[in-house]
Design a protein around this ligand. Structure first.
Ligand SMILES: Cc1cc2nc3c(=O)[nH]c(=O)nc-3n(C[C@H](O)[C@H](O)[C@H](O)COP(=O)(O)OP(=O)(O)OC[C@H]3O[C@@H](n4cnc5c(N)ncnc54)[C@H](O)[C@@H]3O)c2cc1C
Ligand code: FES
Length: 367
């Protein structure tokens, strides 16, 4: 009896394996899409690619880099491109990331479009200047118990041109059975220093890339990243500024404020609210004190939401959004630059709009 059960199970297993192998063979041989042509921006660039991969991967293999903060998992919504022809039906994974207007305009997530035939697509013109870089870790230094600063020396190409506030996509290496992934990190250094970039990275519990940075990446090790990406940068207006950030959301703001200083933008009063839990989550305090001394237009307001009541902290306490609310009951004339968790940003937007700030004055990068 036991023997016949074992034989049946073995037979079924064998059939399953045979079918799986057949499907793989079919994918390779029968579903051979051959060479497909991708026309980009009405002929600005034309690629010939082997069909079968995602549009995101096919473009990257030909040095056309589309933002992809989740590395192609369909969970960030960053990889939007317009597919005029050849994209096939929209995938259910894409729908939550696309507005009805975008769907009507044939906007798609490049990571979900498979290249099966010739494609006619449009991408933002700025993406043609995105490159892949090889760099060496010059230092990795702790800023707090769960935040490090990485300083990378660019090797090839040797220089990067970017605007303060933009980000790069760092590629982690494989480690302990975890795949290589790409994740977005804002550049915290100044655009004038083109030979190096600095990043401020917070350890996300069980996060693939941040764990790699924290526990596996060593000084002098080589890394790859692509960039620059993003539209989060100082708008060319005269409006006074409110910056709000928490944790590693410091990175782009640290770059933007020092860039304003370096460019002599002194006519835009700027207040920077930095939210943290306790004193051990604060960093760059001395640096900001120095900027306040050198730049009368700048004010730094750190606020702690979980600092013990009996500690020696004399600064602001409470949620950063409540602190902003107290300082700016009327924010109608200001512009805001926000960086941090989606929850913090949504709450900050609600406070600012409630206090009169028009929606188009609010710029943000959600981490
Ligand atoms: C434009 C932009 C700029 C950014 N800039 C910065 C910056 O300057 N500094 C910074 O620190 N971060 C920044 N980020 C965030 C950063 O890109 C990463 O999202 C972050 O570091 C986490 O990546 P990770 O690979 O470590 O975690 P992930 O592996 O992506 O995991 C994230 C979370 O999901 C959970 N998770 C992972 N896999 C699974 C699974 N299969 N099932 C269930 N849960 C899972 C993990 O446990 C973890 O809690 C930025 C993001 C964007 C979009
Ligand atoms: S790369 Fe993140 S959704 Fe496509």
């Amino acid at each position: 009896m036991l023997l016949s059960v074992l034989i049946s199970v073995g037979f079924l297993l064998g059939c399953g394996l045979f079918l799986a192998a057949l499907l793989l063979l079919a994918e390779k041989k029968i579903l051979n899409y051959g060479i497909c042509r991708i026309q980009i921006n009405a002929g600005r660039k034309e690629l010939e690619v082997a069909g079968g991969s995602s549009l995101l991967t096919s473009l990257a293999e030909h040095n056309v880099f589309i933002p992809s903060a989740c590395g192609g998992r369909g969970t960030c919504g960053y990889c939007k491109v317009t597919v005029h022809e050849g994209g096939g039906a929209i995938h259910p994974v894409e729908e939550p990331y696309l507005t009805p207007e975008e769907i009507a305009a044939n906007v798609r997530l490049a990571c979900q479009v498979k290249v099966r035939r010739d494609l006619d697509i449009a991408i933002p013109e700025e993406l043609f200047s995105v490159s892949r870089y090889r760099a060496r870790v010059e230092h990795k230094r702790p800023l707090t118990h769960d935040i490090v600063e990485l300083r990378l020396k660019l090797l090839d190409p040797p220089a990067l041109t970017f605007e303060a506030g933009q980000y790069v996509q760092l590629e982690s290496a494989e480690y302990k059975g975890r795949e290589s992934v790409m994740r977005g990190y804002s550049i915290s250094s100044l655009p004038t220093e083109t030979s190096h970039i600095e990043l401020i990275i917070r350890l996300v519990p069980d996060g693939i890339c941040s764990t790699w940075v924290f526990h596996h990446l060593k000084n002098h090790q080589e890394v790859n990243f692509s960039g620059p990406y993003g539209f989060f940068h100082l708008a060319d207006t005269d409006a006074p500024i409110i910056c709000i950030a928490g944790g590693s959301g410091m990175a782009p703001i640290w770059s933007i404020i020092r860039d304003m200083q370096a460019r002599g933008i002194t006519h835009r009063p700027t207040t920077y609210f930095f939210g943290a839990l306790t004193q051990r989550d604060l960093f760059f305090l001395d640096e900001f004190k120095q900027i306040e001394k050198d730049a009368p237009w700048f004010k730094f307001v750190p606020a702690l939401s979980q600092e013990p009541a009996d500690s020696d902290w004399t600064g602001e306490r409470g949620l950063i959004t409540d602190v902003v609310n107290r300082h700016f009951p009327d924010a109608s004339q200001h512009e805001a630059y926000l960086c941090g968790s989606p929850g913090m940003i949504d709450a900050a937007i609600a406070v600012l709009q409630n206090n009169g700030m028009p929606e188009h004055h609010i710029f943000y990068d959600k981490f």
